[in-house]
Write a protein that binds this ligand. Structure first.
Ligand code: NAI
Length: 335
């Protein structure tokens, strides 16, 4: 039986990498029927909406979505599509795995970190005030018990389910004693329920230093919104950048998988875009859908092609365009 998934082809290079990923999934026998909706710049130009209501309804119906990057028009009054979807669907987990890939040259060769970033509160809660008279701008970092518990528990549940050995909680409780103090205290309490998983806490500045020296030491990492935003890109950099890592925004009910790079308008329509990040996100989605064999087949094919550098796109030092790279992956699939 085919699974229905909502598809957002996005803007810029979005449609090209979406076409590539859909072709690979179809040839691998993923049996997915796509319900396609525009969002972002093109959607705004065509129907005046950045996030059409019908798109939200589609995700609520299908529960799973795959999203290519969208362009957020510059200017006041344009809310980012990503932020809009997170708020509308309460997607409180930002899941960002970073794993060393064959053939992708980096300084480290054994990185395998899965980061859980709290996605709805912290310094990004949007609570900003400006006092014009005093010339003071404030931003309130809101940390709630409920928000902390659900993200920390999600990290531990993931660790247990995937036979991971350790959860590292990243904070700044030495300075921000109330907000991070509570986050850390909740982490310690929850960790007692998972005696099979090692728990440690690390202060954010130390964590940055440790990550660029010994990233192999880390396994599952959980942190608040701002620190997670920064660490997730740092982790991606350790394994080769945003062009090759998966991303997902999740709740208990809805699962939106996305490439985390932007819409790259500078190379749009030129057959230069690397579809790997969106493909990695689609592989993660197939795993969440329980389609493990298809996911493994595609992952093996992708890794095989990445290991032959000349078959890759130019950003990875190769000579293929998007279409040729896609064909190499299709040919490497096991039938
Ligand atoms: P960008 O990630 O689109 O581009 C930065 C550089 O990386 C460019 O040189 C681009 O050519 C290259 N690049 C990005 N993805 C690539 C790929 N798959 N293959 C080969 N090269 C790739 O970031 P930028 O220029 O800051 O943003 C452009 C637009 O994307 C903006 O409108 C921004 O709002 C939007 N954006 C959307 C995101 C999303 O929907 N998840 C995330 C980040 C930005």
């Amino acid at each position: 039986m085919r699974t229905i998934v909502t598809l957002i082809p996005g803007d810029g290079i979005g449609p090209e990498i979406t076409e590539s990923v859909c072709e690979i999934l179809e040839k691998a026998g993923a049996e997915i029927s796509w319900e396609t909706y525009l969002a972002g710049e093109r959607s705004f130009q065509e129907n005046g909406e950045l996030i059409p209501r019908a798109l939200i309804e589609s995700i609520k119906r299908n529960r799973y979505a795959l999203k290519a990057p969208v362009t957020t028009p510059v200017g006041k009054g344009f809310k980012s599509v990503n932020v809009g979807l997170r708020q509308e669907l309460d997607l409180f987990i930002n899941l960002r795995p970073s794993q060393t890939l064959p053939g992708v040259k980096t300084r480290f060769d054994q990185v395998d970190i899965v980061l859980f970033r709290e996605n709805t509160e912290g310094l990004y809660a949007g609570l900003e005030i400006y006092d014009e008279r005093l010339g003071i701008a404030d931003a309130i970092k809101r940390v709630t018990r409920k928000g902390s518990e659900r993200i920390i528990r999600a990290a531990f549940d993931y660790a247990r389910k995937h036979n991971r050995r350790k959860v590292t909680l990243v904070h700044k409780a030495n300075i921000l004693k109330i907000t991070f103090g509570m986050f850390l205290e909740i982490g310690r309490t929850i960790s007692a329920e998972y005696p099979d998983i090692q728990f440690e806490d690390v202060i954010i500045d130390n964590m940055c230093m440790q990550l660029v020296r010994n990233p192999e030491k880390y396994d599952v990492v959980v942190t608040t919104n701002l620190f997670g935003d920064i660490l997730s890109d740092l982790n991606a950099g350790l394994v080769g950048g945003l062009g090759i890592v998966a991303g997902a925004n999740l709740s208990e009910d809805y699962f939106v998988f996305e490439a985390v790079h932007g819409s790259a308008p500078d190379i749009a329509g030129q057959d230069k875009a690397n579809p790997t990040a969106l493909l990695q996100s689609a592989i993660l989605m197939l795993e969440y859908l329980g389609k493990f064999d298809v996911a493994k087949n595609i992952k093996n094919a992708l890794f095989h092609v990445l290991a032959q550098q000349e078959w890759c796109t130019a950003d990875l030092g190769g000579q293929s365009g998007t279409r040729k790279f896609t064909q190499h992956i299709v040919q490497a699939l096991q039938s």
